[in-house]
Design a protein around this ligand. Sequence first.
Ligand SMILES: *Cc1c(COP(=O)(O)O)cnc(C)c1O
Length: 368
Amino acid sequence: MSYKVRFVNPAKNYQMIKDEIDRAYFEVMSKGDLIDRGQLRSFEENLAEFVGTKYAVGLNSGYDALHMSLRAAGIGPGDEVIVPAHTFVATCSAVVNVGAAPVLVDVTKDFNIDVDKIEEALSEKTRAIIPVHLSGYMADMPRVMKIAEEYSLVVIEDACQSLGSGINGKMAGSWGLTGCWSFYPFKILGGYGDGGAITTNDPDVALFATRMRYNGEDRETGEYHGHGFTCLLDNLQAAFLDVKLRHLPAWIVRRKQIADRYRAALSDIPGLLLPHYDKPGFDHIYQNYTVRSKQGNDFSEYLKKNGVEILTQFRKPYYKHEALKLVDRGFPETEAISREVCSLPMNVEITDEEIDYVIKTVRSFYGL
Ligand SMILES: *Cc1c(COP(=O)(O)O)cnc(C)c1O
């Protein structure tokens, strides 16, 4: 299907920064700097500074960041980990793949974990909480940290959708033992292939990840410090990401402008819930602009039919996929969200005319 307005437009985004990206490419290629070189170091330093942590360690994906964090925290068989029922499946799969048991907790209207429901999900075996900051808006971290402290739990932030967000100026990814990042192409900071990282203030965690991402090897001594993995962020991707990170603050400003336009034009529609919340101090950087339409599929199909490319993550909650063998304890908010979600185009390539077209199409669905 050919869309009038694309959900994202990576080729157009490339054109916006082509000179810088091409320069980074030629620099890496002409030197043959493919693995673990200066570009990776530079990106890690800049990422840590941006997030406000001492360390950042580049990995191969957001999944790897979650997996590495759980390993670093020593979580494994016999342990339970709290995860939200509404998230990308990788949050949960990382827990399962270290041999621990995920315990799902419903979310609230802001799409993030319902902190009021965490305590009833704890058991003697609970070792960690993975709050997810979905779509660019953070989970209620002051309250999550308080519970974690009270019950001596490790906090691993799945911040894959919230680079640049914060609460009262304290950035996503700087609250827990680690912040987990994905640089999947369509994330707010997207590479040209898979990529990820952790941020942390803990030197032992940073060292652990730095070795284990490279099969456990200390690259200076050649000593293996454990059975590790191959999940190092590519040097070439790091070079590209370093370029894009410099643009991120301005890009976040643009995303907020787009969100304001949507809000001004759509907030009068009954039956359409917009992603604007009023928790004081909480920032929203709009990785996604996810609305909730009572009309569910009718709404999302109408937009598609009229040339607006949208995303409906996730119509089927991950715990309902049989092969994952997860326990559905009943998550009413997640179920309602799943029926109603529809993410409108939100990217820095989009033109004002395209935004106006999206707005017009949404309004016409509602007969306005
Ligand atoms: C994208 C994403 C991940 C996984 O990142 P990958 O780089 O694709 O492995 C994990 N959690 C959330 C919330 C994400 O959005």
